[in-house]
Ligand binder design. Structure first.
Ligand code: HEC
Length: 711
């Protein structure tokens, strides 16, 4: 055991002390639980005490009319209650609150119903996701939330099921498999319910899947329609006429690598236009030459698509990045707003996707109104207003021999962390990431079942060990909270943060913006000016989107805390930019003059690293590095530096004995989410990876000694 479980023991102890059994109190009894329907959602502003759908209203602005908590009294905001979760993985869910009950998901797709006033558990449901399915999740075993409709709670599971629970009891009502289990699909996004149909997409663009979005009947769980976002094998009939057209934008045998274009997050509905908008993800693999060797736009990857919600029929699309080469998803949240542009009322949709441009699009027909970079980017100089296509810079296509330092990288200038739009300030509050990436095509790329299949040279992308270069790279990595004016297409104010991967935002009529941070705080800012008004030490990184609601006339603010997601898993040293935070997964709920407190945070001793003997040759270490970056880095961190959520292998006691092989090949830790790699890696491969990790351990010891000597 040794270091391995030190972190996780802490969360178990917290659970025992806080879990307890509390009785349901103060719950508002208003008909059956989760009694949500289209009429009620359309009139959501008439009951601002509830948060009935993912982005509060159909428009997903994440703006609340509540203002009892406001810029005058937010300094009195204190913890009302908290609820500890039994996982130590990333928490990305936005809770729903309906008539006094809070519903949300945690990592590993578990569902909780709590009394929103007290935190008392009403029920919980564990779909028992097989832990080995974790290998098919690019970006942690997260889940972004539930949908409520007509007395039921709907959610997707990491292993591709869609489940309807009875909102009163948490008992399953129906369950259906939405994926082919022979492909590496996963569900992390929240379903949305539109006109009695549950809409759900999936992820897996890195792993050779073909994207689609499906609609299931709320009552029966039967599939109503499915829209594939990229064409399949052209020797078979296309599922829809538009896919025959889309197929002309592909080359080679794209269907063999799936193509990507997954609908893994944004699904929004406009009841007036009766259109459903979905955002699609990157092309798979990332590098276009391994996906569609003769180029082509690769429709409908990196696009916004408008569909008819009754039939799934295509209406229009707008592609943000033709011929994606960078993992630039357009799956990020879409906000619907009615704003006046040059004195004309316009129905727009707003999106700040990974590629760094803020798009204002006419949502009735998909016409681009404007697009400007919302942070520093170097892959493109602008968007051509005639064609809607990006004006790429010379380095974007990384055709040279050296890796090209492209900004943004795969993390995206903005990812899934929800932004919010305040109709009062007219500003969009965006959690921005400033992180580049060194892109170079892999040589002789071949997809594997148990590896990350980017098509990228993953060794060239790794953090170099020259201290000067390292420092130069780390200095460029930043984060910020940007208040973006979508009319002027410029920032109204900016809060600089030490690092990226800060939380989603909530804006309120109390002139407030709430955001959690990668440094482990939950904060409130004046919405008009960006002045910091309140901060709470959350003890863990907070990445999810906050919500606000009211019980018996009293306003609450809630956020699911718990560091994780792709950033601390995959990016190594970069993920320490905001400091070292650990994962403590917990629902945090605040009100004015709340009286709860968090248990004291146990001090974490940084374990000391001692060098280990390494007789491996340079060639062996190189081979191990290749394998590590391809098979292990997505979870254990770039160049074997873990961001603190999953074990840092440099510290593993398994390096010193044969436990290494039981862990890596024997499936000993399968039930914790560490799959056996025996199907693809030999004992020699595993030994080579170990030699590389030991090499990195010894290198880290030397680096620490030399930096200590300097100080
Ligand atoms: C999909 C994510 C994922 C990938 C990819 C992955 N691991 Fe793991 N690994 C885990 C998880 C989860 C654990 C267990 C964490 C826990 O104890 O809760 C783990 C634990 C381990 C441990 C035990 C750590 C200790 O502290 O002793 C070793 C050794 C290990 N992994 C090696 C590897 C190697 C080598 C690779 C690449 C061949 C790899 N892992 C790839 C998720 C992953």
């Amino acid at each position: 055991m040794g270091q391995r479980n030190a972190l996780f023991l802490i969360s178990v102890v917290l659970l025992l002390t806080v879990g307890g059994c509390r009785k349901a109190r103060g719950r508002q009894e208003a008909g059956k639980p989760a009694d949500v329907n289209g009429t009620r959602i359309a009139a959501a502003d008439s009951e601002p005490g509830n948060w009935m759908v993912h982005g509060r209203t159909y428009s997903e602005q994440r703006f609340s009319p509540l203002k009892q908590i406001n810029d005058q009294n937010v300094s009195q905001l204190k913890l009302a209650w908290s609820y500890d979760l039994d996982t130590h993985r990333g928490q990305e869910a936005t809770p729903l609150v309906v008539d006094g009950v809070m519903y949300f998901t945690s990592a590993w797709s578990k569902v909780f119903a709590l009394d929103a006033g007290t935190g008392a558990v009403l029920w919980s449901y564990d779909p028992k996701v097989p832990r080995e399915w974790g290998i098919n999740a690019c970006c942690d075993v997260v889940n972004r939330g539930v949908a409520a409709w007509n007395g039921k709670i709907y959610f997707g599971t990491l292993d591709g099921r869609l489940i309807a629970l009875d909102a009163a009891t948490g008992k399953p009502f129906w369950e259906t498999l939405t994926i082919d289990r022979n492909s590496r699909y996963s569900i992390t996004g929240a379903p949305r319910v539109v006109k009695g149909k549950v809409i759900i997409g999936n992820g897996g663009g890195e792993f050779g899947v073909r994207g689609y979005v499906s609609a299931y009947d709320c009552e029966t769980g039967k599939l109503v329609w499915r829209f594939y976002t990229v064409p399949g094998d052209p020797s078979k009939p296309f599922e829809s006429p538009i896919l025959a057209q889309a197929a002309r934008s592909w080359s080679g045998e794209w269907w063999k690598s799936g193509g990507g274009g997954t609908v893994w997050d944004a699904v929004v509905y406009d009841p007036e236009l009766d259109l459903l908008y979905v955002g699609t993800g990157n092309g798979g693999p990332w590098t276009q030459k391994y996906r569609s060797p003769k180029g082509g736009d690769n429709l409908f990857t990196c696009s916004i698509i408008a569909l008819r919600p009754d039939t799934g029929e295509y209406v229009w699309h707008y592609q943000e990045d033709a011929t994606d080469d960078w993992d630039y998803d357009s799956a990020e949240q879409i906000i619907l707003a009615d704003i006046s542009i040059e004195s004309q009322p316009r129905k727009v949709l707003l999106q700040a996707p990974k590629n760094g441009f803020f798009y204002v699009i006419d949502r009735s027909n998909g016409t681009l109104i404007s697009a400007k970079p919302f942070t520093y980017i170097n892959w493109a100089t602008g968007v051509d207003m005639k064609t809607g296509r990006p004006l790429e810079s010379a380095l974007a296509r990384y055709t040279g021999n050296d890796p090209a330092p492209v900004v943004p990288g795969p993390l995206g200038a903005h990812s899934w962390q929800p932004m919010s739009y305040s109709p009062l300030t007219g500003l969009v509050y965006i959690p921005v990431n400033d992180v580049g990436f060194k892109y170079k095509s892999a040589e002789n790329f071949e997809p594997k079942k148990l590896a990350a299949n980017y098509g990228i040279d993953v060794v060239a992308a790794g953090m170099p060990q020259d201290p000067k270069i390292r420092k130069a790279i780390l200095d460029t990595v930043k984060g910020k909270l940007v208040a973006w004016d979508p009319l002027q297409q410029k920032a109204a104010w900016v809060v600089e943060r030490p690092g990226p991967w800060n939380g989603g935002t909530l804006s309120t009529a109390g002139n407030l913006v709430f955001e959690g941070t990668a440094a482990g705080n939950f904060e409130a800012y004046r919405a008009g000016t960006g002045e910091e008004l309140w901060s709470f030490a959350a003890q863990t990184g907070v990445i999810a989107g906050p919500v606000t609601y009211a019980i018996n006339g009293e306003q609450y603010v809630a956020v699911l805390a718990g560091w994780g997601g792709v950033f601390p898993l995959a990016t190594g040293e970069v993920s320490f930019k905001s400091g070292r935070v650990r994962n403590i997964s917990r629902m945090l709920v605040f009100k004015i003059d709340g009286t709860a407190a968090l248990p004291a945070l146990p001090v974490l001793q940084e374990p000391t690293l001692t060098p280990l003997k390494n007789r491996a040759s340079v060639g062996t270490i190189r081979k191990g590095e290749q394998l590590f970056q391809r098979y292990c880095a997505a979870c254990h961190g770039d160049v074997a530096v873990s961001g603190g959520v999953l074990p840092d292998l440099r510290y593993s006691s398994a390096l010193e004995n044969d436990e290494w092989f039981s862990d890596v090949l024997g499936g000993m830790l399968q039930s914790d989410g560490m799959v056996s790699f025996a199907k693809e890696l030999s004992r020699e491969d595993a030994a080579d990876i170990r030699a590389y990790v030991i090499f990195r351990r010894n290198q880290s010891v030397t680096q620490r000694q030399s930096s200590a000597a300097k100080n």
